[in-house]
Structures are given as C-alpha cells and as structure tokens.
Design a protein around this ligand. Sequence first.
Ligand code: UFG
Length: 330
Amino acid sequence: MPKPMNVLVTGGAGYIGSHTCKLLAGAGYIPVAFDNLSFGHEWAVKWGPFVSGDLSDVDFVRNTLREHEIGAVIHFAANAYVGESMENPRKYFRNNAANSLNLLEAMLDAEVKTLVFSSTCATYGIPETIPIPDDHPQRPANPYGETKLFVERAIHWYAGAYGLRWAAPRYFNASGADPDGEIGEDHDPETHLIPIIIEAALGKRPHIEIFGTDYGTPDGTAVRDYVHVTDLGDAHLGALNYLLEGGENLAFNLGTGQGHSVREVIGSVERVSGREVPRREGPRRPGDPPSLVADARRAEAVLGWHPRFPDLDVIVETAWRWHESQEKPE
Ligand code: UFG
C-alpha cells in the first residue's frame, strides 16, 4: 500500500475548506488544515492535523510544507466579501493577492508543484451572456474578483516558467451544509442569503431584507446559481486527482446551471422549515449583478463532475438541519 498523500488545505477550518477536508479524507488523502482562524473554526478540523498559521509568514509556510511532507495544495484561504473589498481593497490585495504569492513562493522552494486554487465567478464581472461559459472574458467589477483573477494569472505564468500544475475552479454561490450534519456554514458576520433567511425563519433576525426588486428578472429580484458545498468539495477532489494523473492545467466553472431568485430562495426556506419568513423589500446592494448562472460544461466534460445535490430544496434542507442543530437549548 503506498503512503497516503498529505494535502495542505489553506482555509481548511473554513466553510468550503472543511467540507473538502472531509471528502479528501474519505478518498484516502490526509488533509492538513492550515488556517489563521480569522473566519475558520478549530471545531471544523476533524479529518487531519491542524496547523495554526498565516500565509503572510512565508518561512512558516515553507517549513509547514516540508515538515508535513506535503504533496499538493488546495488553496481556499481568502477574504471573500465583495462589498468590503470595495471599501477596503488594500486588505484584499494583501490577504488574497500578496499572501497567495507567498504560498506560491513557499511551494516552489519546497518543490510542491500541484495546486488547486479556489477562484470565483466574480472574476467575470458583469456577464455578457447567461449562462456564463467557462471561456467568458474576465473583467472583474470589484477588488475581490480582481485579486482572485490576479492569482489565476500568476499561476498561469508560474506554470510555464516553473512547472507548477494547477486547476482553478470558479464557483458560483456556495451553499448548504454537510449532508451528515457534521459541519456547516458559520460566518461572523453572516452576509450570505440562505443562512440569513434561515436565521429570520428561526427568529434570530427580525426579517430578511430583499436587496432590490426592480431587476429585469422574472420576479424582479436577483438570480444566483446556488451550488452545494459538498459538490464543490467533490470538484476540488476531482481536480486534484486529475492533476495527479497528469491532466492539463484547467480553469472551470462550478454551478448547477439553475438560477434562483431571492424570492424563490425565501420560498424554499419556507417549504423546508414549515415557517413563515418575515421579509422587507429594500434597495439594490451596490455591485450586485442581476443574474449569475454557470455553464459548467468543462467540469462535466473533463472531470466527469455532476452535482449530487442540484435541487434547491435539498440544498436548503441540509443548511436548515445544520442551523437547527446549532440552536442552544434554553
Ligand atoms: N441578498 C439579499 N438579502 C440579503 C443578502 C443577500 O437580498 O440579506 C441577495 C443579494 O443581493 C444577492 C443574493 O441574495 O442577489 C445572493 O447574495 P449572497 O451575498 O449570498 O451572495 P453573492 O451572490 O453576493 O456572492 C457570492 C459569493 C461571493 C462571490 C460572489 C460572486 O458569496 O464570494 O457570489 O459575485 F464573489
């Protein structure tokens, strides 16, 4: 039996990182979660060692790669609030762009050449066509998307010069929770639609505010492609296997191809929870595109990836069960 490969997962204590660690362990890898716990949680690290550290410290990252005999890296660690990135771009260029360069530096020094980099549909900006194809032009409309695109471009050039091998999944709206209920989404502050609606249904918020009802969409509210976090994890695992088997460097979309409006998502939470969700209608949130839906053809064709949980009610149900389980008894 060959020794299992150790995979460094930056942001491994975070939402998508921790779900991916579970899948990596299930596939026989040892996930080494590297996290500064600014958003992650130590309780979410259950499937391998935890390394508390920050990507700003390139010596520490290099030592970690060597000490843990890392064979490949999956890089999630990043700030990911679009609105915040507009107000505080320096934070995003430092934490997402500069720190990713540190990671790449340490990887090259330690001769770790395989990278799955978590990218985003925010690199496309305002789409010209819906669904958005994998080869859509990338013109980010905010610093968050810009920093993710910067790293995509860096790894492209590093591949040619240093033999780095990479895959960059660009995901749409990560959502849901581990179907076994072991981990779930827990952000502070929470800005994402599904957990906010669930909190309103649970009475932890007075209401959900709908950001904009005058979009040119069927019901006037913004449309997004909600993709289950376990499906995202499956795709990262698939991309890692693909690279280790000698596949070509690859960027690709991850979404279900189904768009859902804010009102539809509220309806889904009401169906799943059996509760009424108090709501208010408010103005648009600056920077929000009307509609973002993926054409994930490349992930299907190259990785054989198909979402296991494409149905919105199923996604919401896994999230609902997780949030309910987190309720403290009175
Ligand atoms: N929304 C509301 N009310 C809320 C919160 C959200 O109406 O209280 C709406 C938003 O305006 C948007 C939709 O619900 O139309 C989804 O909003 P989220 O904040 O959940 O997600 P975003 O689509 O804004 O952001 C996601 C990821 C980002 C990524 C971005 C790409 O969270 O990391 O997609 O545009 F960059």
